[in-house]
Design a protein around this ligand. Structure first.
Ligand code: SF4
Length: 410
């Protein structure tokens, strides 16, 4: 892991800046942390004015979510969701391990904005849990905050899975509605907020002068078969190509976006920027901000088969359409990779990738469908090549277990 790229404008506070000696209470207080609570509505107004978007993947406006929880009947609960299920993303675990006070400060502020009676940190990473418990023991105890451990999985961080696990059930998604803001932990309106979102709220509070820049900056995990993985902080609008060039992926010819959720992008990817709306318009998604770069010698068919195989293995097997759909997508992509696709398999992949999105209780099925759709859209020639010749990169990639996307937390 090459660490941190200081793309935040000079003089602005960044989330990746750890005080000398680590983030213990004293340096955190000295840096302006745990500042007195703002007047009701003042910070929420600032969150709205900066148009801060959630960093868990969907990019939903943070102020809209906060207001929905605040205005729902009952006393709310705030959950810091630190279970990052997307392979290739490390930002949330990094924040919990190295900046636990910043996240807990965000929980405190979100509780103040929503009038919540309690908070909770939801996490699977052992070192993150230890850091949070240490910080809880020394912070000003003005809000009850519990820690709930879960098993790591692709779906454990989905918001309804979070609520079910905190309530003592399995960390599996359930059908929506109701959403957690209506009926969450213990039946209370619940804010399930990504830890980066909460950390940004804490910095917005302590550095109001830099509010717009703080809300417009993203933590991004970069990985690929070349170069060391890196966790960087970069302003919205940064070209993905710039990030690739700066971190040893200068030969990249394609990128897998969002962890696995944003699909594969080939020709034209160098015009893509760090921007939710722009990436959505290009048929992708920024998701949690994990970018996996492919070199010319990497095979996009192998990457797609690997991603779909991983997703099929991670299916919570609750929705029939997900069990059969993700399995069919993964099995067919694996057959293409082996050079054993039937004549109508490409047509089937096309049809399924159009029909399946939106039909599961969570985004896993959508991710698998987007992987297939973008592979066919961006790499038709590479797919066709697998009909005629055997591909060594695909042979090396089997079994398709997603191991290539794993990144160690720095
Ligand atoms: S879509 Fe798949 S992973 Fe998501 S809840 Fe349904 S069965 Fe589970």
């Amino acid at each position: 892991m090459t660490g941190i790229l200081p793309l935040v404008p000079a003089g602005q506070p960044g989330l990746l800046t750890v005080p000398p000696g680590g983030e213990d209470l004293a340096p955190y207080l000295a840096a302006g942390g745990y500042a007195p609570l703002p007047a009701p509505g003042a910070l929420l107004g600032r969150v709205a004015a900066t148009e801060l978007r959630g960093r868990g993947g969907a990019g939903f406006p943070a102020a809209v979510k906060l207001r929905a929880v605040r205005d729902a009947p009952g006393r709310p609960v705030v959950v810091a969701n630190g279970e990052e299920g997307e392979p290739g993303s490390v930002k949330d675990r990094w924040l919990l391990r190295h900046r636990p006070h910043l996240v807990l400060d965000g929980v405190r502020l979100a509780a103040a904005m929503t009038d919540a009676a309690r908070g909770c940190v939801y996490v699977s990473d052992v070192r993150a849990e230890q850091a949070v418990r240490r910080a809880l023991a020394e912070r000003p105890a003005d809000l009850r905050v519990d820690v709930v451990r879960t098993e790591h999985s692709y779906v454990a961080g989905e918001e309804t899975a979070v609520v079910r696990r905190i309530d003592g059930g399995p960390a599996l998604p359930r059908a929506k509605p109701p959403r957690p803001y209506e009926n969450g932990v213990g039946g209370a309106p619940t804010l399930v907020a990504n830890v980066e979102t909460l950390a940004r709220i804490a910095v917005l509070h302590s550095h109001p002068d830099a509010a717009a820049a703080i809300a417009g900056t993203y933590l991004v995990t970069l990985s690929g078969t070349a170069g060391e993985p890196a966790l960087v902080e970069a302003p919205a609008g940064t070209y993905l190509k710039t990030l690739a060039d700066l971190h040893g992926h200068g030969r990249a010819e394609a990128v897998l976006l969002g962890g696995l959720f944003g699909g594969l992008h080939g020709a034209g990817w160098t015009d893509l920027r760090l921007d939710h709306d722009g990436l959505a318009a290009a048929g992708g998604a920024l998701g949690c901000g994990a970018l996996h770069f492919l070199r010319p010698e990497d095979c996009p068919v192998a990457v797609a088969a690997d991603a779909a195989g991983y997703l099929a293995a991670q299916s919570a097997r609750q929705c029939g359409v997900c069990v059969s759909g993700t399995g069919a997508l993964a099995g067919t992509l694996a057959a293409v990779a082996r050079g054993e696709a039937a004549d109508d398999d490409i047509a089937k992949l096309l049809r399924w990738s159009g029909q399946l999105p939106g039909r599961g209780a969570c985004g896993l099925l959508d991710a698998a469908a987007r992987i297939a759709a973008t592979l066919l859209a961006h790499f038709p020639d590479r797919v066709q090549d697998h009909r005629d010749t055997s591909c060594p990169a695909c042979g090396d990639a089997a079994p398709h277990d997603g191991r290539r996307f794993a990144v160690a937390v720095p």
